[in-house]
Design a protein around this ligand. Structure first.
Ligand SMILES: [Zn+2]
Length: 396
């Protein structure tokens, strides 16, 4: 029997206090990537208390990852993803507390109608989106095996169904020079800090050659030892981002060349340690549009895309290359009022508007999952689009 969509909405509404409390509790206890022990425990407890479904902790070998599932053995498997890590100093300024509560809400609403589900629904708690790539580790640990489609939502300053995100990587650079007394014998020293700073200047000089959408930004993680010593060591970290993987690699080579050039000019050594980042996000448009229809039924209209909105990076990008995925953005403040990673955004992530948006997201995700489970032609279209965008030919 098809699932009555309004009964999913009612289930979310009946849990609104529980979901709000969970979102606020996580917000008030920000934990950094891979250290989300309290948040993971609260999420798992909430799911178990309100569903009776057992939640696996430590999924895929990650201590703060979670997995739960319900439904029939036959039929497709759709996953709803939670994030719950925070940022240093500025806490839940990316609103991952709302992502977690929204995913819990969608899952619990579907659990209440488990007997009517035409397939399997999985709740996957994914740690460390902020620079840790928890989803990539879970993907490589085969946690996503058997999942036909995956979804999550992200708080933002406007409603966008299929917002682009950039491929990214990180470069740690360590410069080693020669220390000397900065006043008595500066000529004896070779400054690691000067090479570090020159790297930033050289990178800036190359920006004219970057393609649209490229972002290169860095900060100094070690600026020397004392004011009266020519710095023997200095270090910085760069993030390189681009719309496409090949441009990412091209710009990465330029940034590395700048560091080597700066080191050569200063007579110091440089070690460059690359760290794998995230792939660009390929939102599945068929699924994104269906999520948009669900939003409209809930009284909210979203654009498919918005070229004026800025783009970040997310490990959901890696999931989107492996499985048909969506990562819609939903406003928790007015357009342009503030943005992810700003202190004011953290305020909105615990506001009534943030909570109300989280409840709408939970309903829209639950409805979209029900659609994917019940509407064979939708899932076929989703898979066809995915296969074509990955150039592996249409699935049959
Ligand atoms: Zn985020």
């Amino acid at each position: 029997m098809p699932l009555d969509r309004s009964s999913l909405d009612h289930a979310v509404d009946s849990l609104s206090d529980v979901l709000r409390d969970l979102a606020v509790q996580i917000h008030e206890n920000p934990e950094l990537r891979f250290e989300e022990h309290k948040a993971a425990a609260w999420i798992a407890d909430t799911v178990e208390r309100h569903s009776g479904v057992r939640v696996e902790r430590g999924t895929g070998g990650l201590a703060t990852a979670l997995n739960a599932e319900i439904g029939a053995g036959a039929g497709p498997t759709i996953a709803v993803l939670a994030e719950y890590d925070a940022l240093p100093e500025i806490g839940h300024a990316c609103g991952h507390n709302l992502i977690a509560a929204g995913a819990v809400g969608a899952f619990l609403a579907l659990v209440r109608h488990a007997e009517d589900l035409a397939g399997t629904v999985r709740f996957i708690g994914t740690p460390a989106e902020e620079g840790g790539g928890g989803k990539i580790e879970l993907l490589e640990a085969n946690v996503f095996d058997g999942v036909d489609a995956a979804m999550m939502y992200h708080p933002f300053d406007r409603d966008i169904l299929a917002h682009r995100s950039l491929a990214c990587l990180w470069l740690d650079m360590k410069f080693v020079g020669k220390p000397s007394h900065a006043a008595v014998a500066p000529w004896d020293g070779q400054s690691a800090l000067t090479a570090c700073m020159d790297t930033f200047r050289l990178v800036d000089s190359q920006r004219v050659h970057f393609r649209d959408g490229v972002r290169v930004h860095g900060f100094i993680t070690d600026g020397g030892q004392a004011v009266n010593i020519i710095p023997e060591h200095a270090a910085c970290q760069f993030s390189v981002r681009a719309r496409e993987q090949d441009e990412l690699e091209r710009v990465r080579a330029i940034v590395e060349r700048c560091a080597r050039g700066a080191a050569l000019a200063c007579g110091v050594e440089v070690e460059i340690i690359p760290r794998r980042g995230y792939r660009d996000l390929r939102s599945n448009l068929a699924m994104a549009r269906r999520f948009g229809t669900a939003l409209e039924e809930l009284g909210r209209t979203a654009r498919l895309s918005d070229a004026r909105a800025g783009n970040g990076s997310t490990d959901m990008g890696d999931i989107s290359h492996a499985i048909p995925s969506i990562h819609p953005c939903l406003a928790i403040c007015d357009q342009g009022e503030t943005m992810c990673h700003e202190r004011r955004f953290a305020e909105f992530a615990k506001s009534k508007r943030g909570i109300d948006t989280m409840l709408v997201a939970a309903k829209a995700m639950a409805r979209t999952i029900a659609d994917l489970l019940e509407d064979d032609s939708l899932l076929a279209e989703v898979k066809r689009e995915f296969a074509e965008s990955n150039n592996v030919g249409p699935v049959t």
